[in-house]
Design a protein around this ligand. Sequence first.
Ligand SMILES: Nc1nc2c(ncn2[C@@H]2O[C@H](COP(=O)(O)OP(=O)(O)O)[C@@H](O)[C@H]2O)c(=O)[nH]1
Ligand SMILES: [Mg+2]
Length: 372
Amino acid sequence: MFLCHRTATHYSHRDIPVFSIFGSKSVAKSPAPAEPAAVAESANAAPSHPAVEPTKTGWLSRLKSGLAKTRAVLNTDVTELFSRHPKVDEALFEELETALLQADVGIRATTRLITDLKRVAKERKIADGATLQAEFKTALVNLVLPLEKPLDATATKPFVIMVAGVNGAGKTTTIGKLAKYFQSQGLSVMLAAGDTFRAAAREQLVTWGERNNVAVIAQEGGDSAAVIFDAIAAAKARGIDVLLADTAGRLPTQLHLMEEIKKVKRVIAKADPTAPHETLLVLDANTGQNALSQVKVFDDALALTGLVVTKLDGTAKGGMIAGLALERDGGSGGIAGENARAPIPVRFIGVGEGIDDLRPFAARDFVDALFS
Ligand SMILES: Nc1nc2c(ncn2[C@@H]2O[C@H](COP(=O)(O)OP(=O)(O)O)[C@@H](O)[C@H]2O)c(=O)[nH]1
Ligand SMILES: [Mg+2]
């Protein structure tokens, strides 16, 4: 059966518990206090009121507090380290290496940063820790800068975004946040409930649809590819700007499921030969360096065009973003070699469960939030 959930007409808020998007785990520990405010806000979120710029300061402080745990390693430890080693010596570099590995920067990115820093220290004859710390920050910005490529969803209409990832990475939540984000840019949004493995997954997406007051295309039964195919037709018929398609979670090791998601992508292209216009992989920052192997497998299967890193709040592994910068470099360690390709951009980062806890990745803001 073909169902189209539209908040205002088919559901009242009494019918669907507002907190049903949270798993039983989160419900048990009582709803996050920020949520009712977020729901109320989304009701006012008319597409004609761009909400992104005015909240920039709010976002920066949210980003900063979200990154608290990573900052405890990368800022506190590193600053302390540079002040303990007022003179630049080998011991400083060794301790810096340890701190970076603790923040899950990973061996390759750490090696790259240390090598760069040693070269700069030598070239500029830097002998004091304070100056070197400033250079370290610059080196980190330079490393993650290639990941900064904001997504432009206005290139075509409907702009179809397919969202993939392992279970619990934050796909559905990210779609909910993205719906609000695109609406704040004045774009109309539709959601496709392509996670057909669990009925609860569909309901979760419907709830996010309600919060954003956007239509959710869902089917009872049926497969993911069929739901998204229908949703593309619906989005075209209604002149929707952005269609966000959810998919069921899967592990890179579940080969049959990886085949299934390739099929989903092929079927999307049957509905629109230019779609999907964006293929996003959602990564939980807590997975740290493991995220790199997820990127590899999903990229091989789907030719990813973007990444979303969620849950940067509550993890000390925020340094994993640096590791993503060296993906696809053909093993050259970040030095432009023959096989080097630009990394898959980190389109958005998430620092919380609320509807506003997602923004485009900005390299300098990210590094500033870590070190201020
Ligand atoms: N703290 C935090 N939690 C998040 C974030 N993104 C998602 N979550 C939570 O992670 C859990 C799984 O998210 P969900 O979107 O259902 O994951 P999915 O299985 O990939 O669709 C939910 O409890 C979300 O509220 C984030 O950026 N920060
Ligand atoms: Mg989901």
